[in-house]
Ligand binder design. Structure first.
Ligand code: UD1
Length: 420
C-alpha cells in the first residue's frame, strides 16, 4: 500500500490546473447507457472511481476506450444487467447505473452498496421513485432486483430529502420513460445540472434545469444520440487547492475552473481573510497572513458543500479564534478530527458540531486517511505541520483527486509517494 510523505513547508507558488469533476463524470458515464451511439467524453479526471465505473460498464458488455482525459463508451454491446458486489462495494456511486439500465433493458440487478465510513447513506429515495414509475423492486440476497417489463411510466415524484445521485438516477430513468415526469425537491448541484444539460441537448427535453423542479420529457424507450461533450471542472478539487493556498498563506492560481460553482466556498474563504482575482476560467487566491475563524453549516448546493467540510476544518486549526463547523448531511463525517487531534489540533466534537479552537501549531506524525475528503484535510494539515507527516491508506485520495501529488509538487510542496 502506498502512503504520502509530506514535509511541512513555508509557502506554495504557481498555477494548478483543475481536472474534470469526478462527481459530474460518474453520472455522465452512466448516462451513456441511454445512448444508441458511441459517446465521446472529454476532460475526465484520472481517478480510480472513473476506472471503477468504466470497469462496471465493461463487465456488462460495453466497450470503453479511456486515454488521457478522454473516453469513448459504446453501450450498444451490453448483454448483462447485473452490477455485482465486487465492484459496487468499492464505489457507492455504482448505484447510478440502476436508473439507466432499468430504463433501457426493463430489468436490472445492483448489489446493495452497504454502509460507508461517513454514514449510513441509504438509497430508499432512489428505489421509491423508481417504484412510482412502475418498477417492481425486490431486495434479495444483498441485491436490488428491479424490473419494468412494460417500460417505466412518467409520474410526479417528490423527494422527501434532496439527493444528488438520487436525482441523477431518476432523471436518467425518466429520460427513457413513457410521458413527462416531474421531479420536485431535485438536487441543484452543478454536476446534476450538467447531466440535465447534456440530455437536454441530445433529445431529452428537460425544463427547470438548475431549479428544484425538473420536468423530463421521456422518449418512451427510444435510446438517444449523444454528441461529444466536455465535463465541467471539479469544484471540490478547486476548493481543496484554494484551502491549500489559504492554509500555507500562498498566492495560488487555479486554471480550468468555474468560479460560479464555488460561491459558498469563496464566501467562507473571504470571511477568513482571503481575497481573489477571478477571470472566466481562473481563480487566484490572495490569502491573508491572519486567518479569521469561521462558522460553517454544510447544506445542499448552492450552500456550503459537505465535500469541503474536512478541508475547512483543517484550515480552521490555523485561524486565530474559535470556529464552529456543523455537518448536516452525513452523520459520521468527522473521521478526520481524531487524526487532526493527533497532529495537535484543538477540536471538540459534540454530535454533528465541531468546535475548533485555533490557532494550533500542528506537528507531523503518522496519520491515516479514512475517506476521500478527510484525506485531503490531512494533506492540508501536513503542508503547515512542523516536520514530516506520513499519510497512510491514500487509496481514498486516489479515488477522487487526479494526480494530487504531482499537482502539489508543481507548486512547491515537498511531497513523496512511497510504498509501505
Ligand atoms: C453525492 C456526492 C458526494 C456528496 C453528496 C452530498 C457523488 C458521486 N457523490 O453523494 O460526494 O458528499 O452528494 O453533496 O455525486 N439520502 C437518503 N436516502 C436516499 C438518498 C440519500 O436518506 O435514498 C440522504 C443521505 O443519507 C444524505 C443525504 O440524503 O444524508 C444526501 O445524500 P446524497 O445527496 O444522496 O449523497 P450522494 O448522492 O450519495
Amino acid at each position: 500500500m502506498d502512503y504520502l510523505k509530506i514535509e511541512g513547508i513555508k509557502s506554495l507558488n504557481g498555477t494548478i490546473k483543475i481536472s474534470g469533476a469526478k462527481n459530474a463524470s460518474l453520472p455522465l458515464i452512466a448516462m451513456t447507457i441511454l445512448a444508441k451511439n458511441s459517446v465521446h467524453i472529454k476532460n475526465l479526471p484520472s481517478v480510480v472511481d472513473i476506472n471503477t465505473l468504466l470497469k462496471l460498464l465493461t463487465n456488462l458488455g460495453a466497450s470503453c476506450d479511456f486515454l488521457d482525459d478522454r473516453v469513448v463508451v459504446d453501450t450498444s454491446t451490453i448483454t448483462q444487467t447485473k452490477a455485482t458486489y465486487d465492484i459496487v462495494k468499492t464505489m457507492r456511486a455504482s448505484i447510478l447505473v440502476l436508473g439507466p439500465i432499468l430504463a433501457r433493458f426493463g430489468h436490472c440487478e445492483v448489489s446493495l452498496p452497504g454502509g460507508c465510513a461517513i454514514g449510513q447513506r441509504p438509497i430508499d429515495l432512489h428505489l421509491k421513485a423508481l417504484e412510482q414509475m412502475g418498477a417492481i423492486i425486490n431486495i434479495k440476497s444483498g441485491y436490488i432486483e428491479a424490473s419494468a417489463p412494460n417500460g417505466l411510466k412518467a409520474c410526479n415524484i417528490s423527494f422527501d430529502k434532496i439527493t444528488v445521485t438520487g436525482t441523477a438516477n431518476i432523471v436518467m430513468a425518466a429520460a427513457l420513460a413513457d410521458g413527462i415526469t416531474t421531479l420536485t425537491n431535485a438536487a441543484r448541484e452543478p454536476e446534476v445540472v450538467q447531466l440535465c444539460e447534456v440530455l437536454n441537448a441530445n433529445g431529452v427535453k428537460i425544463e427547470g434545469i438548475g431549479t428544484a423542479v425538473l420536468t423530463i420529457h421521456g422518449t418512451n424507450g427510444k435510446c438517444i444520440d449523444i454528441k461529444e461533450f466536455s465535463v465541467i471542472p471539479d469544484r471540490i478539487e478547486a476548493g481543496t487547492y484554494l484551502c491549500a493556498g489559504a492554509i500555507t498563506r500562498s498566492e495560488l492560481t487555479l486554471s480550468n475552473v468555474q468560479a460560479k460553482h464555488l460561491g459558498a466556498v469563496l464566501a467562507k474563504l473571504e470571511e477568513m481573510g482571503s481575497t481573489f482575482t477571478l477571470t472566466d476560467d481562473t481563480v487566484t487566491i490572495h490569502p491573508s497572513w491572519d486567518i479569521k475563524p469561521v462558522k460553517i453549516v454544510t447544506q445542499e448546493y448552492p450552500a456550503f458543500p459537505t465535500d469541503m467540510q474536512a478541508q475547512f476544518l483543517a484550515l480552521a486549526t490555523q485561524a486565530d479564534g474559535v470556529s464552529i463547523i456543523e455537518e448536516r448531511l452525513f452523520e459520521n463525517r468527522f473521521m478526520h478530527v481524531s487524526e487532526l487531534q493527533r497532529m495537535g489540533a484543538d477540536i471538540t466534537l459534540n454530535g454533528n458540531i465541531a468546535t475548533v479552537n485555533g490557532k494550533n501549531q500542528l506537528s507531523g506524525t503518522d496519520v491515516m486517511a479514512t475517506d476521500l475528503r478527510a484525506s485531503s484535510a490531512l494533506v492540508l494539515a501536513a503542508l503547515v505541520a512542523n516536520g514530516t507527516t506520513n499519510i497512510h491508506r491514500i487509496y481514498h485520495l486516489d479515488r477522487g483527486y487526479d494526480r494530487l501529488k504531482e499537482k502539489l509538487e508543481m507548486v512547491g510542496a515537498k511531497i513523496q509517494r512511497l510504498s509501505e
